[in-house]
Design a binder for this molecule. Structure first.
Ligand code: MTE
Ligand code: MO
Length: 382
């Protein structure tokens, strides 16, 4: 591939096969090299879901994955306001109390980062180095968004809404507030809402306090945290997080296609006990009940299969927690002594199935490759 990474990642070396230096910190072109300082720094800030917590249908507080591009902004809830402006008939402004006084919904939502699976790609796009655990499910409470937009009234030439957060930073050489856009059609179809509570408590600072957008079924980048304004615009939004980042593309010269709905995925609770450093699993022989969860933003999960050394068998499914939340699955495995490779893969109602090998793209988006767990089964101790 002869590509100029500098067009997507301005100011950086053409190709980073060397660890990123502190001077050149930022995203960069894909690499086959070792984990860089910059990736380590992001990984330490943005934690994943510990896989064993997949045993919980609702992710307990503090264990939901986190992705924060810039800094967590300081917001005073008392003086915080959300403005609705731009190409609207009536500008609106809401306090937290105003939003809490409106009709409320509580929706179980499985949120997943679009970059989940990125570190399994070869070469590896340089960004937040997720393995497979950038997912979580919470009950989010808030007020539906579409009625608010209808109250504001749209001008005829308004094409979409821009959602801007209170966090600001530099990415790809551009200084911007974190912002994403959506059409009214997508807002209505996904049942987007303005969330002020997570699992029955006010949003924690890291999850968007006091109010975030929630777009069930879409990858996490759309659910803008620390929401400060909603603006109706008459031209498609060209902010960095919309027009440059979050696109499926092979080559930086391409415009690519936008990342939106969550691709079908399943994950298992790793069985047995881990080795500390490698996290390889050690399991006692005999019947092992394997369990996990599966989800898709394109439809319902129709089946999950467990693969043991390449032989697949169907898992039993539990009901989904909600229309946009994961469903549990389990299957029995007769574990015989030796080394084994466990995999799981889900199929959704559109017929989409998880691939067995990763499908590469430049930004490391939507890699829903079937999980692989290496296990050593030990004979019964007598
Ligand atoms: N304002 C703002 N909103 C944001 C982000 C951000 O950095 N700033 N990150 C997005 C991304 S990429 C994801 S995956 C989700 C993560 O949500 P969580 O941290 O609550 O799990 O928030 C999204 N909303
Ligand atoms: Mo994300």
């Amino acid at each position: 591939m002869t590509t100029q990474w500098t067009t997507v990642f301005p100011g950086l070396p053409e190709r980073q096969d060397e660890p990123v230096t502190h001077a050149a910190r930022g995203s960069g072109g894909p690499t086959d090299g070792p984990l860089t300082d910059a990736e380590l720094q992001l990984a330490a800030r943005n934690h994943a879901l510990p896989l064993e917590i997949l045993r919980e249908e609702v992710t307990p507080p503090g264990l939901h994955y986190l992705l924060i591009h810039f800094d967590i902004p300081a917001i005073d809830a008392g003086s915080w306001r959300l403005s609705v402006a731009g190409a609207v008939q009536r500008e609106l402004s809401f306090s937290l109390e105003d939003l809490r006084a409106r009709p409320a919904v509580t929706v179980p939502v499985t949120l997943e980062c679009a970059g989940n699976g990125r570190s399994l790609l070869r070469p590896r796009p340089l960004s937040q180095p997720w393995v497979l655990e950038a997912v979580g499910t919470a009950g989010w409470t808030g007020t539906p968004l579409a009625p608010i937009l209808r109250e504001a009234g749209l001008h005829d030439d308004a094409v979409e809404f821009v959602f801007t957060g209170a966090d600001r930073g530099i990415q790809g050489g551009r200084e911007e507030d974190y912002a994403r856009s959506l059409t009214l059609e997508d807002i209505e179809r996904q049942g987007a809402f303005l969330a002020y509570a997570m699992n029955g408590a006010p949003l924690p600072p890291q999850h968007g306090f006091p109010v975030r957008l929630m777009v069930p079924g879409w990858y996490g980048m759309t659910s803008v945290k620390w929401l400060s304004s909603i603006e109706a615009v008459t031209r498609p939004f060209d902010g960095y997080q919309q027009a440059v980042a979050y696109r499926y593309l092979q080559d930086p010269q391409e415009q690519g296609t936008p990342v939106n709905r969550i691709r079908v995925r399943s994950l298992m609770v790793p069985p047995g006990i881990p080795d500390f450093f490698t996290r390889r699993r050690i399991v006692d022989s005999g019947t092992v009940r394997l369990q996990g969860r599966a989800w898709s933003g394109h439809g319902t999960v129709e089946s999950v299969e467990m693969g043991v050394d390449g032989t697949w068998s169907p898992a039993e499914l539990e009901p989904a927690l909600g229309g946009h939340a994961w469903r549990g699955w389990s299957v029995s495995w007769d574990a015989e002594p030796g080394d084994h490779e466990l995999r799981c893969r889900a199929t959704d109602s559109t017929g989409a199935v998880q691939p067995l090998e990763p499908e590469w793209n430049l930004q490391g988006m939507g890699n829903n490759v079937a999980q692989r767990v290496e296990v050593t089964v030990r004979a019964p101790r007598v």
